[in-house]
Design a protein around this ligand. Sequence first.
Ligand code: GLA
Length: 352
Amino acid sequence: MGWNSYNAFRDTVTDAQIREVADAIVSSGMKAAGYQYVIIDDGWEGERDSRGRLQPNSKFPDMKALADYVHSKGLKIGLWATPGPRACSPSYSGSYGHEKEDAEQWAEWGMDFIKFDWCSAGQIYSKEQQPLVYQKQAELLRATGRSMLFSICQYGDNKVYEWGAAAGGNMWRTTFDIRDTWASMSSVGFRQVELAQYAGPGHWNDPDMLEVGNGGMSNDEYITHFTLWAMAAAPLFAGNDVRRMSPATLDILLNREIIAIDQDPLGAAGRLLSRKDGLEIWTRNLTGGAFVVAFFNRTDAPTTMKVHWEKLKITGDYRVRDLWARENLAPASGLLQVNVPRHGVVALKLFK
Ligand code: GLA
């Protein structure tokens, strides 16, 4: 869990913003809720020094001092980089030909996380070489002696979920970039269920950073967004300007009961129980025998959804907690029935 600069700031990100964001993650309660990594995405890169190490541009006067500052808040820090010769925005440099020097520089600065983004690497390597390119960088990171979480980003191409973990990835993007719209978020989010088998402790499917709080979706849509990511056991990287958050945004990002689903130690991503006419029911098993049933309504009208015990393959009475209403419902037996707003979700935790 953490925060990434790209969705809110694109490549205008600065040292001052990162410090203020780190402050805000602490003061807003996000740190206490589990958000830990502060990631500087594309836009920090400058020129190479005489030792061949990529240095930051003038927006980041002292990367080591910035890392020290973020660490002093009890948070971790990470950087975006690319195996290609140029960044996605061609005005910035990539690590091609300098992979070792850059890994050593990141470790020296005190980085805890590297997002390695394909961008222009296709000019150098074939698609078949992707696993090797990522594996090589993972080995170079390990060789520095500093533990850095490794985030693979090549937009879900080439069945990355089949080789991402073996290549040393702790997470791998499963899709193209998310945008702050219902169409984009729902098309990215709902397809994660097909990849559930590839997620597990230490290696996760990554449907991209969150858009919660960026203003392009309704509150119910953002609740669906956050719940989908939690049901998919996806990394939760906030992508909004956390220095300025509405109570509604905070209410979503700080929903500890949903965060607990996302972070459940069993690490078993949610599965699809049914999908029909824009209505989807997902279930996710949790440690200790509890489980979640999430009723998603992708249609444009509110609706009633239900599921029978036989379909859930359970018997007897269950206690039921509504994770967004944050209240216990009457114990249930035989049938669950809920009213779900348009583009909304009802997430129920069932336990004995
Ligand atoms: C790609 C990635 C994004 C972001 C940008 C930065 O598009 O998928 O997440 O890192 O590059 O340029």
